[in-house]
Design a protein around this ligand. Structure first.
Ligand SMILES: Cc1cc2nc3c(=O)[nH]c(=O)nc-3n(C[C@H](O)[C@H](O)[C@H](O)COP(=O)(O)OP(=O)(O)OC[C@H]3O[C@@H](n4cnc5c(N)ncnc54)[C@H](O)[C@@H]3O)c2cc1C
Length: 320
């Protein structure tokens, strides 16, 4: 068996790729390696185990290991993917999917890695899509943008801002997540109260299906007949195909945006206020309710409240 081990403070962490731990699969592993190198180029296939290990950590503070098995007290084993590959085009993704079918090995699409569900317990190929990061078209007349799925949303937003537009999708992880990941996880942003979650923004998608064929949904704001195939793929977590290209709705940058806070005596009156705001269609871009602890830590501790509201906050313990 082939294991690499890290030891720290009486903790032993061993890691190995799925095929490497089984010598009888070594020939098959080398064959797949050669075939992948032909598709994406040698330098875009990773088999070094310490590099593969990085795909098993989340971007949460502290980098929580995603999947490990305890084999004895203080001893853990992580079984990893066998390859990480970086395709640059939809066609390369199609070729990789066909190859995985030929050898019957799993594929795990990987974007920013900030979701918590990505792991390869049965080995196979981590399809890191971050080289598919081009902006294909910004249509300032129709207010749409077409991008490849591996683009970081932070980079896309910067480019849109230069042209006077915004995406209006700002999950707390938007600085470290990609469009394909947001679609994979059906994400919600800070302004989703007004602009909707990611499913409301997607107009069209290119998805490589599990047999390697490509589906290209129409880039239209609404369908009159038939099922909306986009919604089949949004939230699929990489289980039904690999998204390679997406057309999204964009908005002209607002001239002004104002945020206000209101103090309410307790959590119940906060819920009541939120219910009325929503049911009366006041349509704020954001509505958030903080409980007493968070109200104090967010507003008071970080000096977001200035006099005279500061005195008011101090005189209302338990307020939200
Ligand atoms: C600090 C922090 C704050 C967060 N805040 C929010 C928040 O406000 N709102 C929210 O909704 N989530 C939030 N999340 C969760 C996470 O960021 C989201 O789920 C995000 O959508 C994941 O994007 P990613 O690019 O990191 O995707 P990944 O984590 O890499 O992938 C997510 C899933 O999609 C699949 N996938 C990725 N790309 C593709 C593709 N091209 N085709 C097919 N499948 C694909 C993956 O296999 C995986 O199952 C937060 C996470 C962190 C760490």
């Amino acid at each position: 068996m082939f294991y690499k081990t890290i030891e720290k403070d009486k903790l032993k962490l061993s890691f190995t790729s799925y095929m490497r731990r089984r010598p009888e699969l070594e020939e098959k592993r080398l064959e797949i390696h050669t075939a992948l190198s032909k598709i994406v180029g040698k330098e875009d296939v990773v088999t070094e185990e310490s590099q593969l290990l990085s795909y098993h950590y989340s971007q949460l503070p502290g980098g929580i290991p995603l999947r490990r098995t305890t084999v004895a007290k203080g001893m853990y084993v992580i079984v990893m993917a066998d390859f990480a590959v970086y395709p640059e085009t939809t066609e390369e993704v199609q070729e990789i999917v066909k190859l995985a079918n030929q050898y019957i090995i799993p594929i795990v699409p990987f974007a920013g890695g900030s979701g918590l569900g990505i792991t390869a317990p049965s080995g196979g190929i981590i399809l890191d899509l971050k080289k598919l990061d081009r902006i294909i078209d910004i249509d300032e007349i129709s207010h749409t943008v077409t991008v490849e799925a591996g683009i970081y949303v932070f980079d896309l937003e910067n480019e849109l801002n230069k042209r006077g537009f915004e995406l209006e999708h700002y999950p707390a992880s938007y600085f470290c997540s990609c469009i394909g990941g947001f679609i994979g996880d059906r994400s919600a942003g800070r302004l989703s109260t007004k602009y909707g979650k990611i499913e409301k923004m997607v107009l069209g998608m290119k998805v490589v299906l599990p047999n390697g064929k490509l589906i290209d949904t129409p880039k239209v704001p609404a369908h009159a007949v038939g099922p909306d195939l986009n919604n089949l793929f949004i939230g699929m977590g990489g289980t039904l195909g690999v998204t390679t290209e997406v057309t999204l709705k964009i908005y002209p940058k607002p001239e002004k945006r104002t945020f206000k806070s209101f103090l309410l005596p307790d959590l119940d009156s906060g819920f009541e206020a939120m219910r009325k705001i929503m049911q009366e269609d006041l349509n704020p871009c954001m509505a958030r309710l903080y409980d007493p602890i968070e109200t104090n830590s967010q507003l008071f501790k970080y000096h977001l409240v200035t006099p005279p509201s500061r005195e008011k906050l101090e005189s209302m313990p338990g307020c939200c």
